[in-house]
Design a protein. Structure first.
Length: 180
């Protein structure tokens, strides 16, 4: 990192490189968001059909996939966020928001895992009622949707000065008229 003196002799740190965050940099994040939201839509469809139609096998598969997508310690995901926002890592507020995101994702993954376990073991005990299952599904997909929105907002807030219009657009940070 280079340094320069400002007009009042204060040291100004200059980044060694001012790389823009491009559409291709955030594409994997946006793709994961789209997949999470698609699974949430499927889970909402299942919840809407309860108690008339129960599809435990499909629910188990969707919840298991959601757990994997939400788990925050996937090496590629951690590396991607770190590389995009490394210059902000020393900022206490940014560190707090990233830790908050991690907590949300852990909660989403844990809720998905608990639902998988409950559905897999229900043959050994009393069946989960449609109302309880519907409530659990709604808590899961609403929480995951909130986390996606929070992550988008976090990425847009932290990276706003470096993001290209295409990157902002991909994360939903541009109005529809600006997307072309």
């Amino acid at each position: 990192m280079a340094e320069s003196k400002g007009p009042d002799d204060k040291v100004i740190r200059l980044s060694a490189r001012t790389s823009a965050i491009r559409r291709s940099d955030v594409a994997p994040i946006a793709e994961r968001h789209l997949r999470v939201l698609a699974i949430c839509d499927l889970l909402e469809g299942h919840a809407d059909e309860l108690p008339a139609r129960r599809a435990e096998a499909a629910l188990i598969g969707h919840c298991a996939e959601l757990k994997e997508l939400c788990w925050p310690d996937q090496p590629a995901e951690v590396e991607r966020l770190d590389s995009l926002f490394r210059r902000h890592a020393e900022d206490a507020q940014t560190a707090f928001w990233i830790a908050t995101l991690r907590g949300f994702r852990i909660a989403d993954a844990s809720n998905a895992q608990e639902l998988v376990e409950a559905l897999e073991t229900q043959g050994d005990r009393r069946r989960i009622t449609g109302d309880v299952l519907g409530y659990a599904l709604r808590c899961l997909f609403e929480g995951c949707r909130r986390t996606v929105q929070f992550e988008r907002l976090l990425c847009l807030s932290i990276g706003k000065a470096r993001m290209t219009q295409g990157a902002r657009s991909l994360l939903g940070g541009e109005p529809a008229s600006a997307r072309g």
